[in-house]
Design a protein around this ligand. Structure first.
Ligand code: SF4
Length: 199
């Protein structure tokens, strides 16, 4: 939804899933040991004040829920806009649902290898400002995504799994089903070398 805006990515190490069906974008963030320890005070010191926009991602950031919430509160006081990317398998803290933060939640589909890991009650709590995102490799993924998410209030976005399907194929699926969903592209992979760490 904010694609194209400059922002600071803060990537929290550790993930409870293993999406074996397609290459994880961030294998270097799957284990806690891959990260570095940061205090919130140090983060505040090091995150640039411009752009005043942070994306919290991982790994799975909600594995560090308490510290994450504390950091979000602190950056909120500093007037940062914030997004939270989550894999959908952790309960969304109620506190976040009362904040302006945009929640971008994955909907893991069969090709990911982690289908069925999402917490169902999370889905209905997503608001108009939030996003449910399906990474699509196959027609089956697409069909399941549009069926399973059709009653949600939030924005629905599909994006092609990198190296598995071409964007034009996904566009055709959207056109054929006349589905009320948006196409999302991982634009960083078109701008930089896609396998570069941090991209
Ligand atoms: S949920 Fe995300 S970070 Fe975790 S293994 Fe899957 S793609 Fe990688």
């Amino acid at each position: 939804m904010r694609t194209g805006l400059p922002c600071t990515f803060i990537r929290l190490a550790g993930c409870n899933l293993r999406c074996a069906g397609w290459p994880c974008d961030t294998p270097y963030a799957q284990h806690n040991a891959d990260g570095h320890s940061y205090s919130i005070a140090r983060l505040i010191e090091e995150v640039p004040s411009w752009p005043p926009y942070i994306t919290w991602t991982g790994g799975e950031p909600l594995l560090q829920e308490d510290k994450l919430l504390e950091a979000i509160r602190r950056f909120e006081k500093l007037h940062f806009a914030q997004d939270l990317f989550t894999n959908g398998s952790r309960r969304i803290p109620q506190e976040l649902l009362h904040k302006a933060i945009m929640i971008v939640m994955d909907y893991k589909l069969p090709s990911s290898g982690e289908y069925g890991q999402m917490i169902e009650t999370n889905l209905k709590q997503l608001r108009h400002q939030d996003v449910i995102k399906g990474v699509i490799s196959t027609q089956e993924d697409f069909d399941i995504f549009i069926t399973d998410t059709q009653d949600l209030r939030c924005n629905r976005i599909v994006t092609p799994a990198w190296g598995k399907i071409e964007p034009v194929q996904l566009v055709q699926m959207i056109q054929e089903k006349a589905a009320d969903i948006r196409l999302g592209l991982q634009i960083h992979k078109y701008i930089w070398e896609p396998n570069l760490r941090g991209v």
